[in-house]
Design a protein around this ligand. Structure first.
Ligand code: 16G
Length: 191
């Protein structure tokens, strides 16, 4: 694994080289102005989650999406270590504003191993958030494009996400559509 880059002088959840190896060439033209994983915008850095992101507002950012609860440093470390111990499974990706050392965007790619479809892998995109102050900079699009490309590159047979009603048009623009005859159902045990 490469040594950590600026802004992240501690361990990564997954190898940052994985993000660098994504072929973004076909997507570049769809960004105006042009941004890319290597150049997400002035002072911004796209990278895997770091343990030190506990102190860079990662949990506060997630609270713009839903309830996060009381997460101590110890609990954060425990969950980080547990995710890291499952290789090829958790790709929690963040955008850091290196000027202020704050995480301002995040999205997670989760890979679920299956027996069906010839022992295939299903990918899920989860917990996509861009901080209110950084909206309108194509950063949500960038996170989604990167993780969708990564899910393909890692050989998933499909990538799915669930979202609130108001977000459906946004995700439709990235090719996520409701499949005729298929539904997302759940039982909720806690708020
Ligand atoms: C959204 C998220 C989902 C997250 C959920 C939390 C995306 C694409 N979807 O549906 O990943 O887990 O919100 O909501 O980011 P909840 O707290 O009501 O389960």
């Amino acid at each position: 694994m490469e040594p950590p880059e600026n802004g992240c002088a501690d361990e990564y959840l997954f190898d940052p080289v994985i993000l660098k190896q994504i072929d973004f060439s076909k997507h570049k033209a769809t960004y105006k102005p042009m941004i890319s994983p290597a150049n997400p915008g002035e002072s911004l850095l796209l990278r895997p989650l770091c343990l030190g992101d506990f102190d860079r507002g990662f949990l506060q950012l997630l609270s713009q999406l839903t309830k996060v609860g009381d997460i101590s440093r110890e609990l954060f470390k425990e969950r980080f270590t547990s995710m890291k111990s499952c290789p090829h499974t958790y790709y929690v990706t963040v955008l850091e504003d290196t000027r202020i050392n704050q995480v301002i965007g995040t999205a997670t790619l989760f890979l679920e191993q299956k027996f069906i479809h010839t022992a295939a892998t299903r990918a899920r995109i989860e917990d996509v958030v861009v901080s209110d102050d950084y909206r309108g900079k194509q950063l949500g699009k960038l996170l989604l494009d990167v993780l969708t490309l990564l899910s393909k590159k890692l050989g998933s047979y499909k990538v799915t996400l669930d979202c609130k009603d108001k977000m459906i048009p946004f995700y439709n623009t990235f090719g996520f559509t409701k499949e005729e005859g298929n539904n997302f159902l759940q039982q909720r045990f806690k708020d």
